[in-house]
Design a protein around this ligand. Structure first.
Ligand code: GDP
Length: 357
């Protein structure tokens, strides 16, 4: 799936939009040389100005409405993320007020054009047009805060991470420097930081791999699943909630070499937190850096994990040791979902093919 707000246009401020519409109207009017006498000419020119201003403004505003998806129609993952970024209520209210402006300007246009058509005095005709301009400017100023809010919202919403919501997804967790991104790169085609993630400064890492023609997605979210709950703010907690709509399995990484800078006791503590937070998820524990870790420490972690009823996989993300086994463990858990998706895609292609016959 693409970023759902990808097509949302830049939202001009009231003054920018007024300026744009009035300039367009002047340009159109000066290029227009209608037939007829003085009154007829004035009427047609002023009508053209009114229509042009109305069209430019309404097209501009309608584009915002048409290209902004309704938040409640989005998949849950994106709904949760939108809530971390914007006040959904305010967002909807602002859109509703833009809609109100479109309708009101349309009505004013009709009314003023009618009056212009009946007026016989060129001065009065110009006055009617000026009155229309004034009303349009008032309406736009009235929704200026909404326009500004929508533009701000657009700028952050465009930064939402682009992930494939249908693919079976593995989420990697563990302290900083335990080897999460190294593992991601080793397992997948990921380039570092392919998608931005507005809740952390580092961006989200997304990669995919294929096995037996089935596709899987792996995600590493720096800043979210790498430190204790008490250190996470509200926005981060919400973003973690969003991850729950995305992930199918968690790989938790330990670094028994402690080169990451966190003693194994601390790593165990974080594991407990994430394990209970994601209680409903299948967990795979990977003990990383076995190429440099002391056996003693590796064993301690192993025993700790086994007590939880889990069998850890020993790996080195750097040398590749144990990665096949880790991949197999992932596939074992999520293959049914991958198969189902592949079947769905195949059926869709087949029906397209049949329609073409
Ligand atoms: P992240 O912060 O969890 O994403 O950790 P990184 O993937 O950036 O890894 C932190 C450091 O550990 C880097 O210098 C990696 O090269 C190193 N590293 C990662 N995995 C291994 C491993 O299996 N063995 C060794 N020796 N170093 C590793």
């Amino acid at each position: 799936m693409k970023n759902p707000f990808e097509k949302m246009p830049t939202v001009l401020t009231a003054d920018e939009l007024i300026d744009k519409a009035f300039r367009r109207a002047e340009k159109a009017a000066s290029a227009y040389n209608p037939p007829g006498g003085k009154v007829a000419k004035a009427r047609q020119r002023e009508e053209l100005r009114v229509r042009t201003v109305s069209n430019v403004v309404r097209d501009n505003l309608r584009k915002i409405l048409d290209r902004t998806p309704g938040v409640s129609t989005l998949p849950k993952f994106y709904q949760e993320l939108v809530d971390t970024l914007v006040d959904r209520d305010q967002f909807h209210k602002s859109l509703a007020r833009v809609n109100w402006a479109v309708k009101t300007i349309r009505n004013l246009e009709q009314r003023h054009v009618e009056k212009i058509r009946f007026e016989r005095d060129p001065k009065e005709i110009a006055k009617l047009r000026r009155a229309f301009y004034g009303r349009v400017a008032d309406i736009l100023h009235e929704i200026d805060d909404d326009l500004r809010y929508l533009n701000q919202a657009r700028n952050v919403l465009k930064e939402l991470p682009v992930v494939d919501l249908e693919l079976p997804t593995v989420v990697i967790a563990g302290h900083p420097n335990v080897g999460k991104s190294t593992l991601l790169r080793a397992l997948t085609n990921a380039r570092p930081e392919v998608a931005s993630y507005p809740f952390t400064t580092k961006g989200i890492n997304v990669g995919q791999f294929e096995e037996h023609y089935l596709k899987y997605q792996v995600i590493d979210t720096p800043g979210l699943l790498d430190r204790p709950l008490s250190e996470r703010n509200e926005v981060e907690k919400q973003a973690i909630l969003a991850l729950k709509h995305l992930g199918d399995v968690i790989i938790y990484i330990f670094d028994p070499s402690e080169y990451c800078g966190f003693p194994i006791e601390e790593q165990m503590h974080l594991f407990e937190e994430i394990y209970s937070e994601f209680g409903e998820f299948p967990f795979i524990v990977a003990i990383n850096k076995v190429d440099i870790a002391e056996d003693e420490k590796v064993r301690t972690v192993e025993e700790f994990v086994r007590v939880k009823g889990l069998e850890p996989v020993k790996i080195s993300a750097l040398t590749g040791e144990g990665l096949e086994e880790l991949k197999n463990r992932v596939i074992e858990i999520v293959e049914p979902k991958a198969r189902e998706l592949a079947k769905k895609i195949m059926e869709k292609e087949l029906s397209k093919f049949r329609e073409g016959l």
